[in-house]
Design a protein around this ligand. Structure first.
Ligand SMILES: [Zn+2]
Ligand SMILES: [Zn+2]
Length: 288
């Protein structure tokens, strides 16, 4: 597929260098490794992070800590959904771990993509020299280990030979989701979100190979879900009516200890979709 045929609604941005095939890895299977998919931490529960093709990180929660140093050093791109700690805390720790190794290998800065307001929040509240050093200026300002790149909803970027589209989300802070396009359709991650009509509008014209959607609270906490910009099983049921075709749906961001309860609430109602809980350590192969 050529870039001219992309369903981009915003400006397409190429991040070089790209493979000789025109920049896309579409003929090749996509692999998503679930590093963390829990709403919080406990033994065996890690917060949100997905590794795509070994070089793209979608969010950087505590699951990143399971990667080896070699695996960490291979990450060239980090797409961040929003500024909340459970999604960003490993960015700075990763930077610290790989600085020496990437510099020795002559690697470019790791690109960190997020909404401009999210990047501002990271600069002010994390990489401020108090909570953590500013790795966008270290080890030196000409070749830092991190480079922040602002994105907008609707934008399609090329990173690691993949097209990554920025999707709308509705949360308590500015937030987005992402679609990573592959040969068998898109791997879609909603990020943290409450009810999100613009997402379903976009997905009407996008082939979805797998949908990873949050359901952070049980129905007994629907009020809390509403004020915190999350979904409960009842809300999920309404949201999934926006998906025209039956799809493989994976539930993420359930709190530790509540997975069985939330999944049984979800399973209590018939759905045309194939719905299951996402599991930490799971590997999703798409387009194989
Ligand atoms: Zn959040
Ligand atoms: Zn979260």
């Amino acid at each position: 597929m050529r870039q001219a045929a992309l369903p981009a609604r915003g400006p397409a941005v190429s991040i070089g260098p790209l493979p000789a095939n025109g920049g896309f890895r579409l003929p090749f299977p996509m692999q998503i490794r679930v590093l963390g998919c829990s709403g919080s931490i406990a033994a065996g529960s890690r917060t949100t992070s997905f590794l795509v093709d070994g070089e793209i990180l979608i969010d950087a929660g505590t699951g990143v800590g399971d990667l080896t140093l070699d695996e960490l050093a291979c990450i060239d791109h980090i797409f961040v959904t929003h500024s909340h700690l459970d999604h960003v805390l490993a960015i700075g720790l990763l930077a610290d771990s790989v600085t020496r190794r990437r510099r020795a290998a002559g690697r470019p800065p790791v690109r960190v993509y997020a909404l401009a307001s999210t990047l501002t929040a990271l600069r002010l509240h994390v990489f401020n020299g108090i909570i953590w050093p500013d790795f966008t200026r270290l080890p030196d300002t000409t070749n830092p280990v991190l480079r922040f790149e602002a994105v907008e909803v609707g934008q399609v970027l090329v990173a690691g030979g993949r097209r990554v589209e920025v999707l709308p989300a509705r949360h308590t802070v500015p937030a987005v989701g992402y679609a990573v396009h592959g040969s068998s359709g898109a791997w879609v991650f909603t990020g943290d979100t409450g009810p999100n009509p613009p997402l379903w509008e976009r997905l009407k014209s996008m082939p979805v190979a797998a949908l990873v959607i949050e359901t952070a609270f049980g129905d007994d906490e629907v009020a809390l879900a509403r004020v915190s910009g999350h979904l409960s099983p009842g809300q999920l049921r309404e949201e999934l009516k926006g998906l025209a075709a039956p799809a493989d749906v994976y539930i993420t961001h359930i709190k530790p200890g509540e997975v069985d309860a939330v999944m049984s609430e979800i399973g209590a109602h018939d759905s045309p979709h194939r719905i299951q809980a996402l599991a930490s350590g799971q590997v999703m192969d798409l387009g194989a």
